[in-house]
Write a protein that binds this ligand. Structure first.
Ligand code: LLP
Length: 411
């Protein structure tokens, strides 16, 4: 099996397993796709990469070069971005509980935009801007009342979300008052994010329409950021909407609204994370022991929930193959289990595979998002290496953690 014409067996020899592998051409195709189709003649557009999906310097460097902007949610993600000289004015700082230190730092370095989650945060920003005599551009994160969970969405629910403020709530009104009184706070518009791995385009349309409605009461052009959440293909059960359709539809909804009403938009933004990196990523494991129980057959791999927590946390499903046996008859129905002391440490249940032998390589697909970024050292597992492949060449983005690194902070 090859990824970008690089033999994965060679990657195993060179870097060991478990190993995260990214196909750079695929990453770039996704980034370029959004940048190409999310465009309008009526207003500016901006595509942000939600770095929580996969925040390592190399992918941020590629995003920067491709002309993407960035969503960060912590000092750590911001720090990583600054280490590759990501242009500060293209960074949006999110989060419901940014610390005072984070806010002071972001404002002092002149970060592009802070997406303000709540009234208390705005009061903190009010103080910091005055203390530092520094201005900052902000969006207000709205809870637009659209709750989306993969295939379903509900409008006017979810009033108790931990994210954002409700339109016309007391907090919302007070926020506008705070903004009016402080010329250092440059209010630019609104943000919303309704969920992740969402298949229903209507959910995004509904959210955008809610934001467009709010803009009616402002007499200057606003920036509207409708977040990310666009679904990807994990298994054949998933039929995601192609990014060109998502992009064009959202642009059309906004352009229609401009025609019909007298609202003004300066810029429309989206911030996909998963749909940029998920399908470009693979995880390679070595199969160790195998076991039959009365009702099940297990293949054990040398990683597990420490490199991919999603099956345990969300019952997420994945597809896999045994390297070199992709075309063999799939005679077995097996459970792929990791090596953690945890019964829930299962990567795939009911995987259809050929018979494996100890030492075979197992590859799981679509692991590029929220895999590495949610990895842990549970059972003192070492964080795997991350390798990028492009045009037949491989290069290391993150080297495997060592045993010494595992305990180096233990005093
Ligand atoms: N913007 C905001 C404000 C977000 O909170 C998120 C994701 C995104 C953008 C990007 O969403 P995406 O395009 O990646 O769906 N750990 C979970 C996903 C959590 C998503 C949190 N927010 C998972 O592994 O499925």
């Amino acid at each position: 099996m090859e990824i970008s014409t690089v033999d994965v067996r060679y990657l195993k020899e060179k870097y060991g397993t478990p190993l995260y592998i990214y196909d750079v051409a695929h990453l770039k195709r996704n980034m370029e796709g959004y940048l190409k189709y999310f465009k309008s003649n009526e207003f500016e557009t901006e595509v942000l990469f939600a770095s929580k999906a996969f925040s390592v310097k190399e992918v941020l460097r590629i995003a920067k070069e491709e002309g993407m902007s960035l969503d960060v949610v912590s000092m750590g993600e911001l720090y990583t971005a600054l280490k590759v000289d990501f242009p500060k004015d293209r960074i949006y700082f999110h989060g419901n509980n940014k610390t005072i230190e984070e806010l002071e730092y972001a404002i002092s370095i002149g970060i592009g935009i802070i997406v303000v989650d709540n009234l208390m945060e705005l009061y903190a920003i009010d103080e910091i801007t005055k203390k530092l005599s520094k201005s900052i551009r902000i969006l207000i994160r709205m809870n637009v009342g659209v709750e989306a969970h993969t295939h379903k969405f509900i409008v006017t629910s979810h009033v108790d979300s931990k994210f954002g403020v409700l339109y016309n709530s007391e907090d919302y009104k007070e926020m506008l008052e705070v903004i009016k009184k402080n010329p250092l706070i440059k209010f630019k518009g609104f943000h919303s994010h309704i969920g992740s791995q969402i298949f229903d385009l209507n959910a995004f349309k509904a959210a955008l329409e809610k934001l467009l409605n709010i803009t009616k009461e402002f007499d200057f052009p606003l920036v509207l950021n409708i977040g990310g959440g666009f679904a990807v293909h994990y298994t054949d059960e998933d039929k995601p909407i192609p990014f060109d359709i998502v992009s064009k539809t959202l642009i059309e909804v906004a352009e229609e609204a401009l025609k019909k009403t007298n609202i003004k938009i300066e810029k429309l933004c989206i911030e996909p994370g998963r749909s940029i990196v998920a399908e470009a990523g693979y995880t390679l494991y070595t199969i160790g022991f195998m076991k039959k129980t009365p009702n099940k057959e297990y293949y054990f791999i040398d990683g597990g929930m420490t490199d991919n927590i999603r099956p345990a946390l969300y019952q997420a499903k994945y597809d896999c193959d045994i390297v070199g046996k992709e075309n063999e008859e799939k005679t077995e129905v097996v459970t792929i289990a990791g090596k953690c002391c945890e019964s829930g440490d299962l990567i795939i249940e009911g995987a259809r595979l050929p018979k494996a032998a100890i030492g075979d390589l197992l590859i799981t697909y679509t692991t590029g998002a929220y895999g590495y970024s949610m990895s842990s050292n549970y059972n003192k597992a070492l964080t795997p290496a991350v390798v990028f492949v492009e045009d037949g060449k491989d290069y290391l983005a993150v080297r495997r953690q060592t045993l010494d690194e595992l305990i180096e902070r233990e005093v």
